[in-house]
Design a protein around this ligand. Structure first.
Ligand code: ZN
Length: 421
């Protein structure tokens, strides 16, 4: 899919008319840069399952699951969800990958390095430079946005005469902001729309995500999310409680930890990735209070023994990564009558997750299940507000299955989509 605006060409390799796997190339006379290079999980699932695994990344390129970026040097990643980050291993020597935050990137990527399946290609090979996006020399300004992965950026690109804004994935609301504005400020000093107005930016072209224009179910708002989680903690005070959560979703994790603290629950973190990431979120937010973990290769918190939890189950909240909450419970059989809050972060096409196996286990183990989805994306009713702040001359919808419906709505709001070439 190709668009032209004066002297620049916008090639959408992936992500037009689909959710997940964004990849945009901006070409102008003497430069070429890439925004995101994600995995198309909807296509991934068509060709692979538990028995059929990729035989290499070249096969994944040939199948159109990941883009072919062989002659490109500068890649900007908006956030670390795999439908945006993609596989870094196939990138050529000498490529620079700009990431939202190097330290968070390294912590996130570390468990993939040792993986003995295709996810090992997520980590970059030697010779590919990983650089903090704030250090780029391409006139790309990162503007922080709220999303279900932290940190997340929109990118404002000034090509000299054309100014372009790519939103990445974004929402307008924030659960942490609704719960504790002071802690929220530590993660987000400002977000896109505030910064855009303050800096007096203008945009010729706005490439904007539209995930929530045709959702399977409309996800809950931040306020409802906080209210529900509080209700659950308040009324299940006699049960052991679990929460399964995406390790990148700093806001959801911190919100749950804050609510747990209000109800005197001792949080216990399980699994190496989550132990690593939660440490970063705690340091960033300066959240106080004791946090424990189960025995693991990585030790970031005090250790609590499993039999201690079995003795006083209603004292604890156990946090685990999506997809791996079950090992400890299957072994100890303490699930019966326990409560689990399972947070479905995003649509399946964005994460490649299959929750049916988790569902079967939770039922079999006797859990009371709360499944909540709080979206990392804005709602259609918020588009007017966004457009009225950005005031773009032209709009290109991305990360939506229904770009034409979005464009129809955009024109109703007094703006205009850019025609394809
Ligand atoms: Zn995302």
């Amino acid at each position: 899919m190709e668009f032209r605006y004066e002297n620049i060409t916008i090639k959408i390799l992936q992500g037009y008319g689909e959710i997940g796997g964004n990849c945009i190339i901006i070409e102008n006379k003497d430069s070429k840069i890439v925004f995101d290079q994600g995995i198309r999980f909807s296509r991934f699932r068509r060709f692979y399952n538990a028995n059929v695994q990729p035989v290499g990344f070249t096969e994944m390129i040939n199948l159109g699951i990941i883009p072919d970026l062989t002659d490109l040097k500068d890649v900007f990643i908006s956030h670390l969800h795999l439908d945006h980050l993609g596989l870094l291993h196939p990138l050529q020597l000498g490529t620079t990958v700009y990431v939202p935050n190097e330290q968070i990137f390294n912590a996130f990527i570390e468990p993939y390095k040792a993986a003995n399946n295709w996810t090992t290609y997520i980590s970059p090979s030697i010779g590919v430079d990983i650089v903090d996006v704030s250090k780029n020399n391409d006139n790309v300004i990162p503007l922080a946005v709220e999303h279900s992965a932290y940190p997340a950026f929109s990118y404002y690109y000034d090509t000299g005469n054309i100014k372009l804004l790519y939103t990445g994935d974004m929402r307008i609301s924030s659960p942490l902001g609704a719960l504790t504005p002071e802690i929220h400020k530590k993660l987000h000093e400002k977000t896109l729309l505030e910064e855009y107005e303050e800096k007096g930016l203008v945009s010729d072209v706005l490439i904007i995500e539209g995930t929530n224009f045709t959702p399977h179910t409309t996800p809950v708002s931040s306020h409802y999310f906080i209210e529900q989680i509080s209700n659950i903690f308040q009324n299940h005070s006699n049960s052991l409680m679990f929460a399964s959560i995406d390790s990148l979703d700093a806001e959801a994790i911190l919100s749950i930890l804050l609510i747990a603290k209000t109800y005197n629950r001792i949080p216990v973190i399980t699994g190496r990735r989550l132990i690593n990431m939660v440490k970063l979120w705690i340091d960033l937010s300066e959240l106080s209070g004791d946090i424990y973990q189960l025995e693991d290769k990585v030790i970031n918190f005090n250790i609590v023994e499993e039999d201690e939890i079995e003795k006083n189950p209603s004292n604890y909240l156990i946090l685990s990564s999506k997809g791996e909450p079950l090992e400890f419970v299957r072994r100890t059989k303490i699930g019966k009558g326990s409560v689990i809050i399972s947070l479905t972060a995003e649509a399946q096409s964005e994460s490649g997750e299959d929750e049916s196996v988790e569902d079967s286990w939770l039922k079999m183990l006797g859990f009371i299940v709360y499944r909540l989805r709080m979206s990392g994306h804005y709602y259609p009713y918020e588009l007017k507000y966004i457009l009225d702040v950005i005031r773009p001359k032209k709009v290109i919808p991305i990360h939506t299955e229904v770009p034409s419906i979005m464009c129809e709505y955009v024109s109703q709001l007094g703006y205009e989509c850019l025609g394809r070439t």
